[in-house]
Write a protein that binds this ligand. Structure first.
Ligand code: 15L
Length: 261
């Protein structure tokens, strides 16, 4: 089993690359710029994923791609279209060319960020993106669905919450994805024999979670970390979000360019 990570130089990519190497996986790590090897003869590649040759270098001989590359915050629309819409098509087309069986797509809670913090969501909830970034993740989930239906390329779309070593603010009591749970979830995305098209919440077992993880689903994902363990320290501090951001699951992304009365 050969696994590749795109965006291995990013915040999540760096953490995951280190862990998968520690586990001894046969891993190829791709970044925009060439990464410094962490082990002898590490399999590395670099370049812009809009370039088909770069995509082929990343995906040649690969069974599963963990696709973390792309824009991960709210940005100008043209940048999001380039990196998250066109970039994702380039990757899925590369998967077709190279016979990649499965893509694990880093979707985001911002695809559903306009839901109220008072609503507990199931995976079949409406998309309610909180900006162009969230909209690009909704589009990405649609693209993943299409490539399974039309081309038989499997996908797991992980709607990632706040993947951090520790929760640090009030919203994270609901959205935190601890690294141990993140590694467990990625392990299941790689090793589950058949996933077809699957969507999963990328969140820990937080007491105050916005998202229902009671069904382990096809991956058998049962998170074990809980942000509530950090609640005393977090509740002793002021909530950094403005009053509107506090009402929506997407938090601070919601109030960027918000003009509703
Ligand atoms: C995301 O999708 C972002 O990539 C990350 O930077 C965080 O903002 C996270 O969501 C979150 O909602 O906390």
């Amino acid at each position: 089993m050969k696994v590749a990570i795109s965006g291995a130089g990013g915040q999540l990519g760096a953490v995951l690359r280190k862990e998968l190497l520690r586990q001894g996986l046969d891993l190829r790590s791709g970044g925009h710029r060439l990464l410094t090897p962490l082990i002898d003869n590490e399999d590395l590649c670099a370049g812009d994923l809009q370039d088909a040759q770069v995509v082929d270098q990343l995906l040649n001989g690969v069974d599963v791609l963990i696709h973390l590359a792309g824009t991960s915050t709210e940005q100008a629309l043209d940048k999001i279209i380039h990196n998250n819409l066109l970039g994702l098509v380039a990757v899925y087309e590369g998967a077709r060319r190279n016979g990649v069986k499965r893509i694990v797509f880093a979707s985001s809670n911002h695809a559903i960020g306009m839901h109220s913090v008072n609503t507990k969501l199931n995976l079949d909830c409406d998309f309610r993106p909180d900006g162009f970034y969230g909209l690009s993740k909704m589009w990405g989930e649609g693209l993943a669905r299409m490539y399974w239906d039309k081309h038989g390329i499997e996908s797991v779309c992980i709607r990632i919450g706040s993947c951090l070593p520790e929760p640090t603010e009030f919203r994270h009591l609901s959205t935190w994805l601890g690294h141990e749970d993140f590694f467990q979830l990625i392990g299941r995305c790689i090793s589950t024999p058949e996933v077809g098209f699957t969507v999963v919440w990328g969140v820990s077992a937080n007491t105050r979670s916005y998202w229902d993880t009671s069904d382990p689903g096809p991956l058998g994902y049962v998170p074990t970390q809980n942000a509530e363990d950090y609640a005393p320290a977090i509740l002793a501090k002021a909530n950094p979000l403005d009053p509107i951001a506090q009402q929506y699951q997407g938090g601070g992304f919601v109030t960027l360019d918000f003009s509703r009365n």
